[in-house]
Design a protein around this ligand. Structure first.
Ligand SMILES: O=C(O)[C@H](O)[C@@H](O)[C@H](O)[C@H](O)COP(=O)(O)O
Length: 256
């Protein structure tokens, strides 16, 4: 019952196909979630991911007023700073679609001088959204969208970092991130691994070795390999052929 399902890997030969398939996948997740609960809870990462979501812009059927958007990780910088994931998502996506401002949940930068307090405040924001009415210990996001760094990190969970063994907190601060900026917050594994769906999006030949290590050698325990949502949660990989070049892990054709 709680055994994680095997990741589903799909590789795309052209970038437009990846972007379009990802948008269709997100739309299907949105439909199923709204049917069940009347809303769609989603978490976004930064890096190259937000630009891959352009297939959502102008797409019929996206019910933006039902989305509740959080960040899988965020850099502790002002919300209009060029390093801010919120700023990035706003410029490439939210400013181009009719999502109500109140449905987007950025960090409270006023708490920046105390990263732990800022992380706790973000956790409270999640508690308010998920309301824990079923007394579940962790929130169940409908979808968490993640990228992977060359070192195998995902969200702000970095190789060898003590946060990899966090078991209680929903959101944690990191003040020594090897990828700048140093101060960030991140969703923890218990939250990521309780999601209904997690989708990694990866492109480019410079990620080929990382993908091989993450999927073909999960025993090595790179942070992205540890993303294994408990059943019935499912992890999906949307990658391009360049990123998939070295992986032996079986590929599945895209289907909804
Ligand atoms: O804010 C961040 O730094 C990210 O959320 C981070 O986890 C990112 O997703 C990876 O570093 C991959 O970044 P790229 O997609 O740019 O390679």
């Amino acid at each position: 019952m709680h055994t994680p399902s095997a990741p589903i890997l799909t590789s795309f030969s052209n970038p437009e196909e990846l972007v379009d398939s990802l948008a269709r996948f997100i739309l299907k997740a949105q439909r199923e979630s709204i049917e069940k609960k009347g809303k769609f809870t989603i978490a976004f990462s930064g890096g190259s991911l937000p630009a891959q979501l352009e297939g959502l812009i102008g797409r019929p059927g996206v019910k933006w007023d039902k989305w509740q958007v959080f960040y899988a990780d965020e850099r502790i910088v002002p919300l209009d700073h060029e390093d801010s994931n919120h700023h990035l998502c706003t410029s490439v996506l939210f400013s181009k679609v009719p999502i109500p401002h109140a449905n987007i949940h950025p960090i409270d930068y006023a708490l920046a001088s105390d990263p732990e307090e800022l992380a706790d405040a973000y956790e409270k924001e999640l508690i308010r959204e998920f309301a824990q009415k079923d007394s579940a210990r962790f929130p169940v996001f409908d979808l968490i969208l993640l990228g992977v760094g060359p070192d195998g990190h995902t969200a702000s969970l970095f190789p060898g970092h003590e946060l990899l063994s966090e078991e209680d907190r929903w959101v944690a601060e990191i003040v020594d991130s090897p990828k700048p900026p140093k101060e960030r917050i991140t969703l923890t594994y218990p939250v990521i691994n309780h999601a209904a769906r997690v989708a990694f999006v990866l492109s480019g030949a410079n990620k080929a070795e990382t993908l091989r290590e993450v999927l073909d050698n999960p025993e090595a325990g790179l942070p992205a390999s540890r993303v294994r949502p408990i059943s019935p949660g499912q992890v999906y990989w949307f990658v391009d052929d360049a990123a998939a070049e070295k992986v032996q892990y079986p590929k599945t054709p895209f289907k909804l």
